[in-house]
Design a protein around this ligand. Structure first.
Ligand SMILES: Cc1cc2nc3c(=O)[nH]c(=O)nc-3n(C[C@H](O)[C@H](O)[C@H](O)COP(=O)(O)O)c2cc1C
Length: 327
């Protein structure tokens, strides 16, 4: 039973390598409590062209069971708009701009979080994008590049544009995925916003969700990433529904393997994909160090299946534990 009616939207964060279309479809079939999903970023070249695998990821026919917002990583307005026009032609009503990606490769190309380092260039980029965007544009950002205090300069820039939703990962780029979210800096941003603001960062349990939503009453929504990858039923639990059962997890896991194979992924790549997911799932099994190590060494899909079954059968299962960031 889902007991909580919520005004805030609950969205599944984009996670490159984890939340591709096959994962999203299977996740939604088993746990339909996320309001929407964001696709991992499309990175167009200067002509606005991008990889076929990215196109497949956002094709409407591969996403017809879910609400999806595609995301674009670009620092060139023309390239961004080129992709936005293609998305509009596919029927999408919203495109998300990624200006939060902290990876060194992305930052070295002056994209993602690097754009927060140059507020004037960012302002000019946004002016160009918003003067010509064919569909609504939401923005996913961090609080700053070197410091969360930079958001004091960045927020007045965002406030100049008709951003349909501002998703704030409440860290600076220097904090990567490790530093504690800066809730005070986030709070200041929220007060100034003229558009819905979505909180993102370290919401790994229903208690974490209650702490954030309780503190920020005017929040437009909460986006979950690693917490929902570790516990795929987290959206349901947050809404007051049942916690994840081991049987459900087993069925979800096996259905995901079958869906990857049915999508044309080779057994070897399917095993690789499942290992990436197990980086998150294993957090729900507190004493699984040895079987998890064996799973990571699995050479092929049959041995991955065997290792996963044995881990799930032999280790204590604690769904409330949530994602455990590596120390
Ligand atoms: C493996 C991985 C891949 C990610 N890929 C993307 C991406 O493609 N686009 C994006 O905006 N954020 C990406 N992120 C960041 C997440 O969307 C999210 O902002 C971050 O994990 C913090 O939220 P969380 O604490 O709920 O996980 C990625 C994060 C991880 C761990």
């Amino acid at each position: 039973m889902i007991g909580v009616v919520m005004k805030m939207t609950l969205s599944f964060a984009p996670m490159e390598g984890v939340t591709g279309y096959v994962f999203r479809r299977v996740h939604h079939a088993f746990f339909p409590q996320a309001d929407k999903y964001y696709a991992p970023f499309i990175a167009p070249d200067s002509k606005g062209e991008f990889k076929i695998s990215r196109l497949r990821d956002i094709l409407p026919e591969n996403n017809d069971t879910i609400a999806l917002v595609p995301q674009v990583l670009a620092n060139d307005a023309e390239a961004f708009l080129h992709v936005a026009r293609q998305l509009a032609d596919m029927g999408y009503a919203e495109v998300n701009l990624n200006i939060g990606c902290p990876s060194a490769t992305v930052v070295s190309k002056h994209k993602g979080a690097a754009m927060l380092r140059e507020p004037e260039t960012l302002d000019a980029f946004l002016a160009d994008v918003f003067s010509r965007a064919p569909i609504a544009v939401s923005v996913k950002t961090r609080l700053g590049f070197a410091s969360t205090a930079e958001f004091e300069t960045l927020m007045p820039i965002f406030a100049r544009y008709p951003i349909c939703e501002l998703i704030v990962h409440a860290r600076d780029r220097a904090g990567m995925y490790r530093s504690a979210p800066d809730l005070d800096a986030f709070s200041a941003a929220l007060r100034q916003a003229r558009f819905p603001v979505v909180y993102n960062g370290n919401v790994f349990s229903a208690d974490d969700f209650r702490a954030v939503s309780g503190r920020f009453a005017t929040l437009g929504g909460v986006m979950l990433g690693r917490g929902a990858a570790a516990n795929p039923a987290l959206f349901r639990t947050i809404r007051g529904g049942d916690k994840l059962s081991l049987g459900e997890l087993r069925d979800f896991h096996n259905a995901l393997i079958e869906a990857h194979l049915a999508s044309g992924l080779s057994p070897a790549f399917t095993a690789g994909k499942m290992k990436e997911l197990w980086f998150y799932l294993h957090c729900l099994f507190p004493d699984c160090a040895r079987p998890y190590k064996a799973l990571n060494k699995a050479r092929d899909l049959p041995s991955l299946r065997t290792c996963a079954s044995s881990l799930m059968a032999s280790c204590a299962f604690e769904p409330a534990r949530g994602f455990q960031p590596p120390v």
